[in-house]
Design a protein around this ligand. Structure first.
Ligand code: PAF
Length: 282
């Protein structure tokens, strides 16, 4: 097994990418916050299909966490992550420090409207997307890959990144990879480790309720009439729902009435201390 290149600084990342470019090779970037699971691995696999070389980035970005959120306890498993990336033959891991990414005097952020203010995650995490967009803009400009791969699990994040990349003319293709699920339907997430045994047993209900509501919408039921029983069932099982909504899949704008094409159902709900998000095509 060939060990992957460990790139701890922006200079090392740029030198490696420059070398590949000189050899005529294309590059895919897979930005992550580490604690890699099968969902991340599927992003790397997609990167391998799209480009000659794949760089995974591992950086727990402090600016996308509110002071009340889980930044300090977010799982950090760097050695295991590097071993996993080596196993699946990724080419490199970019592992900058917070000082590299936000040196003293750093004072620039990306300001967002459009999908970032759709009234979904942004309603509950008002500073989150500014932190995500700023770090992703930095990562894209640092690596300048041909393509960058993000999970569809963070559906609003993907829309924000697509919009930002287009608006700022960053010359990188953005691709979304399908959500990877456990056998019982629970969307894979680094935060699933926070679930207690009892909560883990209840958690798949989220996907089951969404799937059932989506069927009802496809069968012609009005959106609210289909969503309302799902909200009731989830609340009864102990979920505290932040939102469960159907939106336009491209713009994330609100929609009303009955089924039409191009809809996405998105949910965020807390189970105990864990906040789960998920989304499906309707
Ligand atoms: O989706 C994530 O893991 C993060 O939001 C990202 C895109 C790596 C930015 O920190």
């Amino acid at each position: 097994m060939t060990a992957i290149a460990l790139l701890p600084t922006v200079a090392a990342l740029r030198a490696q990418v420059r070398l590949w470019r000189q050899e005529g090779q294309s590059v895919a970037l897979v930005p992550t916050m580490g604690a890699l699971h099968a969902g991340h691995i599927s992003l790397v696999e997609m990167g391998k299909r799209r480009a000659d070389r794949v760089v995974a980035t591992i950086f727990v970005n402090p600016t996308q966490f509110a002071p009340t959120e889980d930044f300090s306890k977010y799982p950090r498993t760097l050695d295991a992550d590097v071993a996993r990336l080596t196993e699946i033959s990724a080419d490199a891991a970019f592992t900058p420090t917070a000082e590299d990414m936000y040196p003293e005097g750093f004072c620039t952020t990306v300001s967002l409207r459009g999908p970032a203010t759709a009234g979904l995650e942004d309603r509950f995490r008002p500073t989150h997307f500014q932190g995500v967009a700023t770090v992703v803009a930095k990562l894209l400009l640092q690596a300048l890959p041909d393509v960058a791969i993000f999970g569809q699990k963070d559906f609003q994040q993907l829309a924000v990144i697509r919009q930002m990349t287009a608006d700022l003319d960053i010359p990188v293709a953005i691709e979304g990879a399908p959500t990877v699920r456990e056998a019982d339907g629970l969307a894979m997430s680094s935060r699933n480790v926070y679930l207690s045994e009892e909560e883990r047993a209840v958690a798949p209900l989220l996907h089951r309720c969404m799937t059932k509501a989506a069927h009802r919408i496809r069968d012609g039921e009005a959106l609210e009439a289909a969503l309302s029983p799902a909200r009731g069932k989830l609340a009864g099982a102990g979920f505290e729902i932040d939102y469960l909504e159907v939106r336009d899949a491209m713009t994330l704008a609100t929609v009303e009435g009955r089924h039409r094409k191009g809809l996405r159902m998105l949910v965020a709900a807390r189970l105990g201390r864990t906040r789960l998000i998920d989304n499906i095509e309707v």
